[in-house]
Ligand binder design. Sequence first.
Ligand code: AHR
Length: 311
Amino acid sequence: AFAGGKADAPAAGKKDLIVVGYAQVGAESDWRTANTESFKSTFVEANGYKLIFDDAQQKQENQIKAIRNFIQQDVDYIVVAPVVETGWETVLAEAKAAGIPVILSDRMMKVSDPSLYTCWVGGNFLQEGRDAAKWLDSYVKKSGRTNEDLNIVILQGTIGSSAQVGRTQGVTEGLAKNPKYKLLAKQTGEFTQAKGQEVMESFLKAYPKIDIVIAENDNMAFGAIDAIKAVGKKPGKDIIIISFDAVKEAFNRMIAGEINADVECNPLHGPRVAEIIQTLENGGSVEKIMYVVEEVFDTENAAAKLPTRKY
Ligand code: AHR
C-alpha cells in the first residue's frame, strides 16, 4: 500500500487535485533552472496537480525542513532531489509513518532501508564520469598526444552529492588506466559558475601547466573558461575542457571551440515523475531505479545537435 499511494483514505473534503511537494536542491546552475521549470510546467492545475515548491539553497537542513512541512500539509506525494546522499533516514521514516510516498529524482539517497522511498529517476552519474574519461582517451589518440604527460584538474560538484560522487568516481577510474594522465588536483566548485571560476583561478596559480580541466557541470566550466581567458590562455585549445550537463549555452561554447566535450545529464524529470505518480494513482507498480538515456557531445557534432536541444 505504501508504494502505491497513501495508506489511509483521503480526509473528507480534500481537493481532487493531487498535491505534490517538491524539495528542490536550489538554483545553482542552468541545469537546475531547467529542472525547476520542468516541474513547474508539468505539475499544474490543468494536469490535475497542485505543486508546492521549495528551493533549499543547496542546504540539506533546508530540505529536511521542507519535507517536514510537506508532511504537515499532508501532501499526496513528496518528490526530493537530495542535495547529498546521506542523512535522510529520520525524515523519510516520518514521511513513511504519515503514509506519504517519497519519489526521488535527479540525485540519489543512500539509505539502509530501501522501503523508505518508492523509486528514483535520474541520470547515471557513474556512467557519465566513465563517458567523460572515454572521450578523453579518444581525444588523446586522435590528436596524437599519446606520448605526452597530460596534467589534469577536476572541478567537483557539491561534495557528497550523488552527481559529484558518481562523476568523480567514473572519471578517476578512467584516468587511473593511463599512466600518462597526471591528476594534479580536484576541488569542489559547488556546481556554481562563481565558485568554479574561483577554484580554477587558484589551480592556474598553483600549476603552471594544466592540459585538461574536467568540470563536473557546465556552470563551473563557464567559470573556468573566464579564469583561463584571464591568464591569457585559450580555453578549448591551450587547455582542453570536458564538462557535464550539455545545457544550450554549453553547445554555444562547443561551437565556439571553448568546451571540447560535454556529457549529457538530462534535467527534464517533471513529466517522468508525473508518469510515475499516474502509475501509482492507478494502482500500478514502478521500477525502483530508472535511469535516463544520455549522450556525449563534442565540437564535431555540437552545431548539428544544438537545434534539437530542449534546455
Ligand atoms: O544533480 C545534477 C547536477 O546538479 C547537475 O550536473 C548540476 O548542474 C546541478 O547543479
